[in-house]
Ligand binder design. Sequence first.
Ligand code: 13P
Length: 251
Amino acid sequence: MARKKFVAGNWKMNTTIDEAKALAKGVVETVGNVTDVDIAVCPPFTNLLAVAEILKGSSVKLGAQDVHWEAKGAYTGKVSCSMLKSVGVTYVIVGHSEQRQYFHETDETVNKKVKAVLASELLPIICIGETLDERKSGQMDSVIERQVKGAFSGIEASDVTKCTIAYEPVWAIGTGETATPQQANEAHIFIRKIIEKLYDKEIAASLRIQYGGSMKPENAKELLAQSDVDGGLIGGASLKASDFAGIVNPV
Ligand code: 13P
């Protein structure tokens, strides 16, 4: 089955309200009419509503960078799925390596978030990826397998293709060091095999797997040309509309 490419910008902890509006306008002007690639931007929570207004009528969808799995209550500092939905969010990034590294995200909390996101009819972007130490010490496959199995534990077959996996090798995030297209593709093929074992061939063949880690206009074309790279989750280069557009439409 042909998989439609999906490019999402993860703005991380960047943009004040004015900066977010300007960036969102730039994204709409450059790629707002693109329909052969799915596109999303994921601003910080404070800017979601304003960006939603700007994206209206364009093909660019709104994403959030995290969510809490509980529906509501005494969870100071957290935001729920229904809150995200109420401001027009479609996608939710879950399990980003920065959440895993700095904010105690575990495979278990990732799984709870994935379940909550799907139950709210939102679409999760599930981030996985090994650190440099894990790659060097030969643990890459076991780490990826553990993260994928953890994220999909108890997820119904009918929900799997609502998910996107973002393979983000931690050593490539924000470092300027990109996985080679071959390294990325090998990892994506490996991830797809895990999904095939957990579910079946058809589901594995339909699931989209983005690459993330220092992706930019200069390296996007070759990465996106790989058989199993179905798009990108873009950090730094998503903060400049022209760079982001250059990844959506690589020349
Ligand atoms: P960079 O593109 O800045 O390396 O970040 C990738 C990333 O973490 C996207 O979620």
